[in-house]
Ligand binder design. Structure first.
Ligand SMILES: Nc1ncnc2c1ncn2[C@@H]1O[C@H](COP(=O)(O)OP(=O)(O)OP(=O)(O)O)[C@@H](O)[C@H]1O
Length: 685
């Protein structure tokens, strides 16, 4: 390693750059050596003692070899401690031939001060460097002297955070590991065994924090969580695609990423949509009680006695015998399948008890009274009639499709109007049932009641959680081992039917937490301040209790407003503006209320712009066209919002959609309208 001579090169920034470049080169050489070593271990494992040995060993070695893809900077920071120790912080652990650390993993405890140390609380550091690396070349080093608050840091070097935030967006989210902020780091490193709820405005980094938390927990509890697995739940496929590269870029490929519907796999394909009021009702927690009672209503004690003719003699099971077995089985509070089994066993035991006196209390050798009872047709018919087996699909179908059943079980749970609203004529066959998105949590609840086997996870991260219904939250609560969940959302962006407007209520639906932390992120990293300020004017209507967030990006232009009033068509003007923006920015989105989407797409194509809907690959084109719900969670360089007045016809819910639409841009926002601009957005006195 060559150390630059300070006398030859007095510019401290250049000296720092050379130092860090030398170290980075060294780190890459060490990583190469580690790779070669791993490759030779793989070769040895190929000739392993047993097939299983070599397979397991090869798996772990390959994983290790693949855990740094080389695209992102290997290291991005350096810490100098009071004890004269130096650590370089990076994406993964790198060591030299002697086993000395050359780069420490950002998740290691020694790396925490990199994110958290301040002049007031330096956490044992005297100096911190953050560097910007492009293609393995250190281009800037920002230095902070934590021992001397008056020292000028960086000497005009661009702040790596701001540089990162200014970067053009490509339609794929990137990791933020080099620039995690202290308030975010606290959430990322929070303990595993708790429910962590994060409320944060648009662009406050909730998604980023959730994904980095998953990576951190996997590092901290590797063995446990590789076995129990970590689950990330997102709102839709477009969103999942958008975030899909983040965890792999952090070297984590074992995390399951899916939607609420995806959790049930292909068992109940969603084939239909329904009015929001119906979906909201289906998402209501009261539905859990309705389903429970409906399942219970399937059980009917016989009115009279049942006589069994068994090989060993006759036995009369009275109505009381059956009622007693039912009461005992039900009192156990087991799932339906298990409770039914208890009921069957109790009845068989009763048969045995009734038979024994006929043999002076001693069963003949080789006899099996209980087994014979179970095999008896009359006994089986009695059990089936009293406690019929049912599947989750049958139960939900019956609740939705049978008015009389709802009358019977839901009279004091749902209003008459609500009971009516739920009605859907059942399909002829269960497999033809036209399930909706809101049916999925009902089916899952029914599976839990019936006793279906379900995958659980050691930790669950749920994004855009304000849009999860009570029934969907119950789904997550059931799957979280030890109640370990991270719930991310923004109540001001709650737009789904049955969505949430209070976090304390969310906790109730998840189930009793071992510990609970509710944290608010107040700083926005995506949207330029002048744009966020205008969008925040919608908050009093959209979510009166939510405080506006503050943007870290004070620079930038306010939104531009274009009124279409010269006889031109709105879609044509939108297309012209979007085409114009595509000359400047990498990713562009047009967010239009549903009725305008097709016309805008046509106009864009007519203008020769490469455009497509976001849910069909539009994010890979020059211009993506999105309806507001699809825009949720995404971000683009420049955004055109079409006809804001249309959004507001839906009151607060519409205001929330407009708020979402106006907070997707990293650089520029254009608003185009033919109708008058809503008062809340009018600028000026
Ligand atoms: N510490 C950080 N360093 C660099 N970039 C960051 C940081 N925090 C957030 N960002 C960036 O800010 C943008 C917004 O982050 P993210 O999408 O996670 O916000 P969000 O709170 O989930 O937003 P929304 O509510 O709109 O879904 C992303 O591009 C993210 O990479």
């Amino acid at each position: 390693m060559t150390t630059p001579d300070a006398a030859d090169d007095p510019d401290p920034h250049l000296v720092a750059i050379r130092e860090e470049q030398a170290h980075l080169d060294h780190a890459h050489r060490c990583l190469e050596a580690m790779r070669r070593h791993t490759a030779s271990m793989i070769a040895i494992a190929e000739g392993g003692a047993t097939e299983t040995d070599s397979e397991a060993a090869r798996y772990h070695l390959r994983k290790r070899a693949a855990s740094f893809d080389g695209r992102a900077p290997l290291a991005f920071g350096r810490l100098d401690t009071e004890d004269d120790e130096t650590f370089h912080v990076g994406r993964r652990h790198v060591e030299d031939a002697a086993g000395e650390p050359v780069v420490v993993d950002w998740r290691a405890p020694v790396a925490a001060p990199f994110y958290r140390a301040t002049w007031r609380d330096p956490l044992g550091l005297v100096r911190r460097r953050r560097f910007t690396v492009e293609d393995r070349t250190v281009v800037a080093v920002q230095e902070e002297d934590l021992a001397d608050p008056d020292a000028v840091g960086g000497g005009g070097v661009p702040d790596p955070l701001l540089a990162e935030l200014e970067r053009a967006r490509t339609g794929e989210m990137r990791d933020i590991v080099a620039t995690i902020q202290a308030e975010q780091d606290e959430i990322i490193r929070a303990p595993l065994a708790q429910v962590t709820i994060v409320q944060g405005g648009p662009g406050s980094g909730k998604t980023a924090v959730g994904l980095h938390r998953a990576a951190f927990l996997l590092y901290e509890h590797r063995q446990l969580l590789e076995e129990q697995r970590v689950l990330v739940v997102g709102p839709n496929r477009v969103f999942l695609r958008y975030i899909s590269a983040v965890l792999p870029s952090l070297g984590e490929t074992s995390v399951v990423q899916t939607t609420i519907e995806g959790l049930l796999g292909a068992r109940y394909p969603v084939r239909a949509t329904e009015p929001a009021a119906v979906a909201a009702l289906k998402g209501d927690a009261r539905m859990a009680e309705v389903l429970r009672r409906a399942l219970d209503a399937g059980i009917t004690a016989p009115a009279g006695d049942t006589e069994l003719h068994l090989p060993w003699g006759r036995v009369r099971l009275t109505a009381d015998d059956v009622a007693e077995a039912l009461a005992t089985a039900r009192a156990r509070r087991l799932d339906d399948t298990a409770a039914r089994e208890v009921f069957r066993s109790l009845l068989a035991r009763r048969v045995e008890a009734l038979l024994l006196p006929q043999f002076r209390g001693e069963a003949p050798a080789g006899s099996d009274f209980q087994g014979d009872a179970r095999a008896d047709a009359t006994f089986r018919a009695l059990v089936n009639r009293t406690w019929p087996t049912t599947s989750a699909g049958q139960l939900v179908r019956k609740v939705l499709g049978t008015r009389t059943l709802r009358e019977r079980v839901a009279r004091d749970v749902l209003t008459a109007e609500e009971r009516d609203l739920l009605h859907r004529a059942p399909a002829k066959k269960l497999t033809d049932e036209r399930w909706t998105t809101a049916d999925v949590p009902l089916l899952d609840e029914a599976e839990a009641l019936v006793g279906g086997v379900r995958a659980t996870y050691g930790h669950i991260v749920a994004d855009e959680a304000q849009d999860l219904s009570a029934m969907a939250l119950r789904m997550l609560g059931r799957r979280a081992q030890g109640g370990s969940l991270t719930i991310l959302g923004d109540l001001a962006q709650s737009t789904a039917p049955g969505g949430q407007d209070r976090w304390d209520v969310v906790v109730d639906h998840l189930g009793p937490p071992a510990a609970l932390h509710i944290i608010e992120l107040e700083v926005g990293y995506r949207v330029p301040g002048p744009v966020l300020d205008v969008a925040s004017r919608l908050l009093p209507l959209a979510a009166p209790d939510v405080r506006p967030s503050r943007s870290v990006r004070t620079a930038g232009d306010p939104p531009t407003f274009t009124r279409v009033d010269d006889g031109r068509e709105l879609p044509a003007v939108v297309a012209e503006i979007a085409a114009d923006l595509s000359g400047t920015w990498t990713s562009i989105g047009v967010i239009a209320p549903e009725p305008h989407v097709e016309a805008v797409l046509d106009a864009l194509r007519a203008a020769g712009v490469d455009a497509g809907p976001a849910d069909r690959g539009g994010l890979d084109r020059a211009v993506a066209v999105l309806d507001p719900p699809t825009a949720k969670g995404l971000e683009l360089d420049a955004v055109v919002v079409v006809e804001p007045a249309r959004f507001l016809v839906d009151g607060a819910a519409g205001a929330r959609l407009l708020y979402i639409a106006m907070t997707r841009c990293v650089q520029h926002l254009s608003v185009v309208h033919a109708e008058p601009l809503p008062e809340l957005l009018q600028v000026g006195p």
